[in-house]
Design a protein around this ligand. Structure first.
Ligand code: SF4
Length: 242
């Protein structure tokens, strides 16, 4: 057991509070959501069981997971807003729409030609497998076999869309936990993911929150140039630089 993994989770949660992921843009300003679609929760060690986005919004989460590749969420919001305003957030419509037209609509997210192709392939897959139906969860390997869907995207859809307990790994996870000393830095995606799943309660809510907290921490303190002085991980971090 690596006791630092749950300890750092609690430290980050105490510091930042629940992050309210995954933001569902079309649910913004509805009960329990803020004006960007994030869940509103009180700050607590146990963030509660209210992460489940509902079956209807799985599709939006899947689309968002593709749109967010290599771009900031603010750009994703613009692309989602276009899709919603034009009444295109529908599996059948996305499946039928001309790829170039779709690319134009999601242009604010960058890499829009590639992303339009990915979204159409992903949508076809979800439709063919009836994977938006309650309880019908796609296999991770089936996601990975789709063009343009890598591990981070597949796991984001599974974790936030389906509440399936996989741990999402990104460059921030690598950076923070290598600096702290939990990772050596040479581990692959699966090895990193296992360090979290092996040392935490197997609970999708905790995995959802932890990943969101890692992103927050990487943006606020453990940046490229780390701000260690007031970091909550400083007492156990081997990479402290000041
Ligand atoms: S102490 Fe510094 S290097 Fe370590 S986690 Fe905090 S910000 Fe990152």
């Amino acid at each position: 057991m690596n006791k630092l993994v749950p300890l750092i989770y609690n430290k980050l949660l105490n510091k930042y509070g629940s992050q309210g992921w995954w933001p569902v843009y079309s649910l913004r300003n509805t009960e329990g959501r803020d004006n960007r679609g994030y869940l509103i929760r009180s700050v607590s060690i146990d963030p509660g069981r209210d992460f489940a986005p509902g079956e209807f919004f799985k599709f939006e989460i899947a689309i968002g997971a593709v749109l967010t590749q290599n771009t900031a969420w603010t750009n994703v919001e613009k692309a989602l807003s276009n899709l919603i305003d034009l009444n295109l957030m529908d599996t059948k419509i996305i499946s039928d729409i001309d790829q170039k037209e779709l690319a134009n609509v999601i242009r604010p997210s960058g890499y829009y030609n590639q992303k339009a192709k990915k979204i159409k392939i992903l949508t076809r897959f979800l439709l063919d497998g009836d994977y938006l139906k309650d309880g019908n969860i796609p296999h991770r390997t089936d996601f990975l076999n789709l063009w343009g869907i890598g591990e981070e995207t597949a796991d984001s859809i599974l974790l936030y869309g389906y509440n399936f307990p996989v741990f999402v790994v990104d460059a921030y996870t690598k950076r923070i936990f290598t600096r702290i000393g939990i990772l050596e830095g040479s581990e692959n995606y699966e090895e990193i993911s296992r360090i979290f799943t092996d040392n935490l309660e197997k609970d999708s809510v905790i995995f959802q929150e932890y990943h969101a907290l890692i992103v927050r921490h990487a943006k606020e303190f453990c940046k490229k140039k780390a701000l260690c002085e007031r970091c909550v991980s400083k007492p156990f971090c081997l990479g402290t630089v000041n």
